[in-house]
Design a protein around this ligand. Structure first.
Ligand code: ADP
Length: 406
């Protein structure tokens, strides 16, 4: 009886143990499977985070603006490539403070303002080096306002070109005002003198009226040139290009200028070969020749000679043309050669004004030539005359004007 009981108990225990053991194995296998699943999910998540991070890094690095992210501990979490280039950073700056990274107190103050107010308005920063570069920096917090120790994002936007354009615009307005004021105040002065009594002397009044006419002509030329320049610079000029012979065009320009040349006893010589063809807007090209020959007469030698020449030149889209206008006047100083194409630049301002010059003629020439995809340059030695060379490619742009340098 006892033996049977013992056997039953043992068998019972064995069965129980077996059941428990199998259950434990099942659970262990379940556990193992769950662990594997969890590990796989974790790996997948890590890979996704890494991909997102790499994607974000690629986006940030491709931005034009510099970007710097400060964590809640006020240390750099991220600095994109453009920022590293702007500040010539070559090492890993993650974990450093803003001051250690960029060494600019103003930026510390800007980041602090952003932490307090949520965002800080643009700060202008000049980068050291030549030429100077300017940045506009904006800062804002990452997260909601009022959160303790928020992260801060600083965005650096380069505004050098904008500042240059702004300076050019200011300079242009100042130049135009100056150019307009001079003849206007002269006209006003002569009119006042006439009103005050000079009109009673016919000889004096004729002289004064002639001077008034001269200065009002100057104003007209200036306004015409300004309109042409602004049209050319706006890119709104439509070139009406066609192939045509150059020699007859130059003949026409020389005829228009013959009286001025005769007044200074200057011989005009059209040495452009017969049959030389250009593909261009001939009205615009006529203005190029007019301005160059007019200058050669104005600044050339009394009793001298102006020669116009040309030849075909090889080019990618077929032969282009090289054209030149040469005088035997006093020439242009070396240091002015590159500058004479700038608006209002004159070697001798008094002489230019005396000759009725606006200071815009060569700038117009440059714009027209560039709109055709060509180039213009001046060569000269003081005392040995000046030569202006224009090259025009065969395949010029039809339709809208190309972008040209200011
Ligand atoms: P401007 O109306 O004063 O003639 P331009 O733009 O046509 O203006 O020329 C700019 C300056 O370049 C002139 O003021 C003059 O000093 C110089 N220049 C142009 N052409 C000649 C030339 N053939 N010989 C000497 N100087 C020249």
């Amino acid at each position: 009886m006892w033996i049977t009981l013992a056997l039953v108990t043992i068998v019972g225990l064995a069965v129980g143990f077996l059941v428990l053991w199998r259950r434990w194995r099942w659970e262990q296998a379940d556990w193992e499977r769950a662990r594997e699943r969890w590990l796989a999910t974790e790996q997948q998540l890590r890979a996704e985070i890494e991909r997102d991070r790499a994607g974000l890094a690629a986006i940030f690095d491709r931005m034009i603006e510099g970007l710097l992210i400060l964590g809640p501990d006020r240390r750099v979490q991220w600095a994109n490539l453009p920022l590293q280039r702007l500040f010539q950073i070559t090492s890993d700056v993650r974990g450093r403070t803003l001051m250690e990274t960029l060494q600019r107190h103003e930026l510390e103050t800007l980041a602090e303002r952003a932490r307090q107010d949520g965002q800080a308005p643009g700060l202008e920063l000049e980068l050291p080096g030549q030429p100077s570069r300017f940045l506009q920096v904006n800062a804002s917090i990452i997260g909601r306002p009022g959160e303790p120790n928020p992260g801060v994002i600083l965005v650096f936007h380069e505004v050098t070109r904008l500042k240059e354009l702004e300076a050019t615009r200011r300079e242009f307005v100042a130049n135009v005002s100056h150019e307009l004021r001079t003849p206007l105040s002269l006209i006003k002065g002569f009119v006042e003198t006439l009103i005050d009594g000079a009109r009673h002397d016919p000889e004096v009044s004729l002289r004064f009226l002639q001077t008034i006419e001269k200065h009002s002509n100057r104003l007209t030329f200036l306004i015409e040139d300004l309109l042409t320049i602004s049209q050319l610079e706006s890119g709104a000029v439509v070139l009406n290009c066609q192939s045509g012979e150059l020699k007859p065009l130059v003949d026409k320009v020389l005829e228009d200028l013959s009286a001025r040349a005769a007044a200074r006893e200057i011989r005009l010589n059209n040495a452009i070969p017969q049959g030389l063809i250009a593909h261009a807007d001939f009205d615009r090209l006529q203005q190029v020749f007019f301005n160059l020959v007019d200058n050669a007469i104005k600044y050339g030698r009394t009793g001298g000679q102006v020669i116009l020449g040309g030849e075909p030149i090889p080019g990618k889209g077929g032969p282009g043309v090289a054209l030149w206008v040469k005088d035997d006047g006093p020439g242009i100083p070396k240091e002015s050669l590159d500058r004479i194409f700038e608006r209002f630049y004159r070697v001798d301002a008094a002489r230019s004004r005396e000759q009725g010059g606006t200071g815009l003629g060569l700038s117009i020439v440059k714009h027209i030539v560039q709109a055709h995809g060509g180039e213009v340059r001046a060569d000269s030695e003081v005392g040995a005359g000046a030569i202006f060379r224009v090259t025009l490619p065969a395949a010029t742009v039809r339709g809208r004007n190309r972008g040209v340098d200011a």
